[in-house]
Design a protein around this ligand. Structure first.
Ligand code: GLN
Length: 196
């Protein structure tokens, strides 16, 4: 049984907690860096990346999350969480990003006409298509050399992995198909076994 942190600044935290609980693990809503020290893996949920970022700074969580990643503990960033894990882009004069993953992100990349939609994705390593729910989603414009592309939609990269970091442009917590959360938990499992 793993202890999974869900970054509790703003956004879709409860739905993640429910699914992780259903999969047999415990969750902690992360509001400060002391709580972060107790968990085996971290989910950065969807929401509004600028709001999450502002609250992370206010609660001294920027460096703490960067250190968490550097210690090779797994992080799963979904939607706004993907934006925050990628290389930053300037928003209103400041960079809104942890800069941890070697991906260039296009925020709100699917445009207003496609604010939210569902699509069946072919995902590397999954036999059947995955029902992905996109809400004002970003996409990945380009990836660095150690990044494995897991899925694309409309020629745009929407899921990827780089070592201990996993990102999805969609909301895996909004479907009952838990394969992405299971993939993340398997990354936590690999790390936890090594650490024992
Ligand atoms: N558009 C949001 C952002 O850039 C992300 C939307 C979401 O997480 N559903 O922060």
């Amino acid at each position: 049984k793993y202890s999974i942190g869900i970054l509790g600044m703003q956004g879709a935290t409860e739905e993640h907690a429910k699914h992780i609980y259903d999969l047999g693990h415990e969750t902690i809503l992360i509001k400060n860096k002391e709580q972060l020290e107790k968990v085996d893996g971290l989910i950065i949920p969807g929401g509004e990346s600028t709001a999450i970022w502002r609250l992370m700074k206010k609660n001294n969580l920027v460096e703490a999350v960067q250190q968490f990643a550097e210690s090779k503990k797994p992080i799963f960033g979904t939607c706004a969480g993907l934006v925050l894990l990628g290389k930053g882009q300037v928003e209103a004069g400041q960079i809104v990003s942890l800069g941890l993953m070697n991906i260039q992100v296009k925020r709100n990349g699917f445009g207003r006409q496609k604010d939210s939609f569902e699509a069946g994705l072919a995902v590397k390593g999954m036999k059947e298509t995955y029902p992905a729910v996109f809400i004002r989603a970003p996409y990945i414009e380009s990836t660095g050399e150690n990044v494995e592309i897991l899925a694309s939609y409309d020629d745009k990269i929407v899921a990827a992995r780089e070592e201990n970091l996993l990102v999805a442009a969609f909301h895996p917590e909004l479907t009952d198909d838990n394969r992405f959360l299971e993939l993340f938990l398997s990354m936590v499992g690999e790390k936890t076994v090594v650490a024992v």
